[in-house]
Design a protein around this ligand. Structure first.
Ligand code: SF4
Ligand code: SF4
Length: 129
């Protein structure tokens, strides 16, 4: 089977970031910061563990979890797809090359990009960016 997004929705439910909301403007473009400040809402690690499993969530020490109100929990798709932030468009490339920290290369459970290098992910993303 080929690589690519399986539309499982896990990377949106919830979103994991290395930053607190107050610091979004230091790391994101102005446009992405405005979007995330409006649509991302901090949730607890326990909430993330309920959604994704404690074993996986436990590996993310010092990470922050967010519920995105653009996520449709019924269809498990993005209701803001055309306006989604740059890091959503580039996911999971951001986890592979933009994050120099301990979470680089960490993908969500069963992500369809698992096993690819940065170049492979770039190719698999194709024109979707
Ligand atoms: S976790 Fe991976 S396979 Fe699932 S929606 Fe996100 S990018 Fe696609
Ligand atoms: S904006 Fe869309 S793609 Fe990005 S986290 Fe929210 S639901 Fe997911």
């Amino acid at each position: 089977m080929g690589y690519g997004c399986k539309r499982c929705g896990r990377c949106c439910d919830p979103v994991v970031l290395s930053y607190l909301k107050k610091d979004f403007r230091s790391y994101f473009t102005e446009e992405d910061a405005r979007f995330t400040e409006r649509h991302f809402h901090r949730v607890s690690r326990d909430y993330a563990a309920q959604r994704l499993g404690l074993d996986w969530v436990s590996t993310w020490r010092g990470a922050y979890w967010y519920r995105c109100d653009c996520f449709d929990y019924v269809t498990r798709t993005c209701r803001c797809y055309d306006k989604r932030p740059g890091f959503c468009r580039r996911f999971p490339l951001c986890h592979i090359i933009s994050d120099p920290g301990p979470y680089a290369n960490a993908l969500y459970p069963d992500c369809g990009f698992d096993g690819l290098t940065a170049d492979g992910i770039l190719a698999a993303l194709g024109g979707e960016q």
